[in-house]
Design a protein around this ligand. Structure first.
Ligand code: KIV
Length: 274
């Protein structure tokens, strides 16, 4: 089916068999050029609903629509060749009923060509996850700090710091595994709890602010590139892209004002008369 020189995309099988072999590498991506830059280095790309804040300047992830997520996922699919691509189901697109979740998640797979969906929620979402998986929709779950639940959680705070929270999150982890999720994002979870979940589950755990003991890691790419304000403890900034852009644009502005740009080499000449 595949020509020899055609790159094959990673599959869920490729990713899940990394458990215990080597850490899974992933990042968020929302656009085709960014996806192309990340593609050679990651196992999967998540089109996260964090794009609401990072790209659209919203205050939380709650305001983004399914249509927007679909268009960005199409762009990421066009920009990448090798990475598996996952779409993050936005708030309101899956919680109402398992039928609603299937209607929207099947649309996602059909229209974007991506391999799986991610959805926030643990035990409460187990029935929905089972319904989707039984109908051929691979699901990555997302437990611990759930940004779509920011209002009920009372802010973005680390989860699993007391016994009651630990027990709830552990129960969530077992429930979503039992329901058939192939992987789970552990966000903002105390390191010792992430380690315990990772050891006890057979499925891949992907950590964000959840310690090195997860089976893999994810970050919002703009956070690690220094292109989004914030100084969360769990983010390592590998670049300062914001500063690079600032100095380049300042230089451009100075050049335009001083009539240094455009120079002759940037100017089309008149066609010589024949
Ligand atoms: O929306 C997102 O970017 C996410 C990751 C942080 C896991 O859910």
């Amino acid at each position: 089916m595949y020509a020899d020189n055609q790159m094959r995309r990673n599959t869920i099988r490729d990713i899940t068999k990394l458990k215990g072999a080597r850490p899974v590498v992933s990042l968020t991506a929302y656009t085709a050029p960014m996806a192309a830059s990340l593609d050679p280095h990651v196992d999967f790309l998540l089109v996260g609903d964090s794009l609401a804040m990072v790209l659209y300047g919203m205050e939380s992830t709650i305001g983004v629509s399914l249509n927007t997520m679909i268009e960005h996922t199409k762009a990421v699919m066009r920009g990448s060749q090798k990475a598996m691509v996952i779409l993050d189901m936005p708030f309101g697109s899956f919680e109402q009923s398992k039928e609603q979740a299937f209607k929207n998640a099947s649309r996602v797979l059909r229209e974007t060509g991506c391999a799986a969906v991610k959805l926030e929620g643990g035990a409460v979402m187990a029935e929905t996850i089972r319904f989707l998986v039984d109908r051929n929709i691979p699901v990555m779950a997302h437990i611990g700090l759930r940004p779509q639940a920011v209002h009920v959680m009372g802010g973005y705070r680390t989860q699993g710091k007391n016994e009651q929270e630990r027990t709830e999150i552990l129960n969530d982890a077992f429930a979503i595994q039992e329901a058939g999720a192939f992987s789970v994002v552990l966000e903002g979870v105390a390191g010792s709890l992430a380690a315990e979940i990772t050891e006890k589950l057979d499925i891949i755990t992907i950590g964000i602010g959840a310690s090195v003991d997860c089976d893999g890691q994810i970050l919002v790419v703009e956070d690690m590139l220094g292109y989004f304000p914030g100084n969360a403890k769990f983010v390592k900034r590998y670049a300062e892209v914001g500063e690079t852009i600032d100095s380049a644009v300042k230089q451009y502005s100075d050049d335009v004002k001083a009539k240094i740009f455009p120079a002759l080499e940037h100017t089309y000449g008149l066609k010589p008369k024949s």
